[in-house]
Design a protein around this ligand. Structure first.
Ligand code: ARG
Length: 591
């Protein structure tokens, strides 16, 4: 049964019979206590047809053919629908027995490649790498649950200057002597070595020209597979990837492909030739570039001083295909990657979940691949930019000493906060549980915001077991788990024989909140934001809290009633689990 579709179809039929324009049909959830849904079309039609609103409403109601809701007119011009309790019961029972809980799938699913994560080899994962895996993983899961085919690729940053910089530094620090001179020993390279080498090299390149040139040359050598640079590169790459996998795993992020910028290397020459052959390239200070700026187009630059009358403008820079030393750059690898993805997967759409400050890079690459024909016209290239994560002081989140904070440390901080709260609840030595709760706190705190917006990463608020938080959702689930256990009921029995009877206002609220929850998947999909799903699952969990507080479940004498209470409780757990499977966090057994 599809409740909103049934109402919508009935409205449509009535509109047609009345010769009202069916484009004017609106059907939304209602905020009024006397209605579940409302139709707001009456005024528009009354105005168009020069009729009185009440007359229009009565005509619509008269021809409405449906038996799932009580219908009434509400002044000045609304049609209210109040769903019948038996209809809600039937719907909930249907969803209870259904694996997908009656969640609709898309009529026309598509094939999508999602590019997120984007960790850089040899560089420490830091706070700037938190949002992409959180948002990306959930978007991938949302796309999948609605029926799309999704291919995820983390697109490691493994082809850029940081590789040359790190190797040059390791060489100066005597780590790789054996690679250059037979018989000399190598020192063991660990993740800590890399964590030291890269920042050191990165600072050095700004003050030491010879060092910078050496690093650039090494980067080019790696890209040419020249030894021993290539072997050192592979070693560094593997050390980094092992650690990146562990950290992404903690965040429940699992990629189909661990490809990187380097994966596109075999296609670069071919792709560059396509641009050259079509006469799209020019030389610019020794580099090979493609112009993508449109006539008269200027990107405004943010004013440093708001009182400054000067309008800062910046033309769209060209795309760089080759640096003056012949090395590939970020533009090159992204363009060649689109080529590679179209050979390997030929998706309808490619999505990039990346810091919004990279918007111009992607816009330029998208224009270039469309112009040269690497991406067919029908293929959608979508940049999903996200904002910055700020500390409670409103500035980008930093450690107390002002350093950028490592991703591992931030996972640690929030896990510790969860641990403290668990301790208050009498639960100790529960590392995995604390991690799960911490991850839910982080995810919900992030995903409940519009991705584009900056937000404040407030550990205490996010990790609270109360309020609009991930742990609150988990807590609701844990509460239901323990309720079912206490009742001595079996989940498999409830699933098979459970019979929900929506009989009071609290249970009605759960049912309506569920309808809204199931609709929020599609809203999240359309908005490319998990915020609607987060909000709805919170409202849904709250509706259960009210029912739970007002109802004596375990001591209920009437067996049928008690079974219905348990069934609706389990129903809530199941729906919460479905939502949290998309938000990519666990619902604990207890907490
Ligand atoms: N490695 C990049 C960074 O850290 C992000 C990669 C995003 N994806 C892409 N296809 N460029 O900024």
């Amino acid at each position: 049964m599809n409740i909103s579709k049934t109402l919508y179809d009935a409205l449509k039929k009535s509109f047609e019979e009345n010769e009202f324009d069916s484009n004017d049909i609106t059907l939304t959830f209602s905020n009024r206590p006397e209605a579940d849904y409302q139709c707001n079309s009456v005024f528009a039609i009354a105005k168009k047809m020069h009729l009185n609103p009440e007359e229009v409403a009565n005509k619509i109601i008269e021809k409405l053919e449906q038996d799932i809701a009580e219908v009434s007119f509400a002044r000045p011009g609304f049609i209210n629908f109040k769903l019948k309790n038996e209809v809600l019961s039937a719907y909930l029972n249907e969803a209870l027995a259904d694996e997908r809980m009656c969640l609709n799938t898309l009529e026309k699913p598509i094939k999508v490649v999602m590019d997120y994560g984007g960790a850089n080899v040899a560089k420490e994962l830091h706070i700037g790498h938190l949002r992409s895996p959180l948002i990306g993983e959930s978007l991938a899961r949302l796309y999948r649950i609605l029926g799309n085919e999704v291919i995820t690729d983390t697109h490691l940053g493994d082809w850029g200057l940081q590789m040359g910089l790190t190797i040059a530094q390791l060489q100066d620090d005597g780590y790789v002597d054996g690679y250059f001179e037979e018989g000399k020993p190598n020192k063991e390279i660990t993740l800590d070595t890399l964590n030291e080498a890269y920042p050191k090299a990165s600072k050095r390149k700004n003050v030491d020209d010879a060092f910078r040139v050496k690093a650039e040359t090494y980067t080019k050598y790696i890209q040419d597979h020249k030894e021993p640079y290539w072997s050192i590169y592979e070693k560094i790459r593997n050390i980094s990837i092992d650690r990146i996998k562990i950290n992404y795993g903690k965040l429940n992020c699992f990629f189909d492909y661990w490809y990187g910028e380097s994966t596109s290397a075999p296609y670069v020459e071919k792709v560059v030739k396509m641009f050259v052959d079509k006469g799209l390239t020019r030389e610019h200070e020794g580099a090979l570039v493609v112009d993508v700026a449109r006539e008269g187009e200027n990107i405004p630059i943010e004013k440093k001083n708001p009182d400054d009358p000067q309008l800062y403008k910046n033309p769209m820079p060209p795309v760089y295909l080759k640096k003056s030393n012949g090395a590939d750059v970020y533009d090159t690898t992204d363009i060649a990657t689109i080529y590679q993805r179209n050979i390997d997967f030929y998706p309808d759409k490619i999505m990039y979940i990346v810091d919004k400050r990279q918007g111009s890079h992607f816009e330029r690459c998208f224009r270039a691949v469309k112009t040269v024909g690497i991406s067919p016209e029908t293929q959608e290239l979508q940049f999903v930019g996200f904002g910055t994560l700020n500390g409670t002081d409103g500035k980008p989140f930093k450690t107390r000493s002002g350093d950028t904070i490592k991703l591992e440390d931030i996972i640690g901080l929030i896990t510790d906060s969860a641990k403290t709260k668990l301790k208050e609840n009498g639960i100790e030595n529960a590392d995995k549980l604390a991690l799960d709760i911490g991850v839910s706190a982080m995810k919900f705190g992030d995903l409940s915001n519009d991705p584009l917006k900056d937000y404040v990463f407030d550990i205490d608020k996010f990790a609270s077991f109360e309020g609009k938080t991930g742990p609150y959702i988990g807590y609701t689930g844990a509460r239901i788990n323990s309720l079912i256990k206490k009742a001595g009921a079996k989940i498999s029995d409830i699933e098979k024989n459970g019979e929900i009877n929506v009989a009071d206002e609290n249970q009605r609220e759960i049912a309506i909140a569920f309808l809204k929850l199931q609709e929020s998947y599609m809203t999240s999909y359309k908005n490319t934001s998990l915020a609607p799903l987060c909000n709805s699952v919170y409202d849904f969990a709250s509706s259960f809290a009210k029912f739970y507080n007002d109802t004596r479940i375990l001591t209920e004498k009437d067996e049928a009633k008690k079974n219905s209470y348990l069934a609706i409780s389990y129903f809530v757990l199941k729906a919460i689990k479905q939502a949290s499977s998309v938000l990519a966090f666990e619902i604990p057994e207890k907490m």
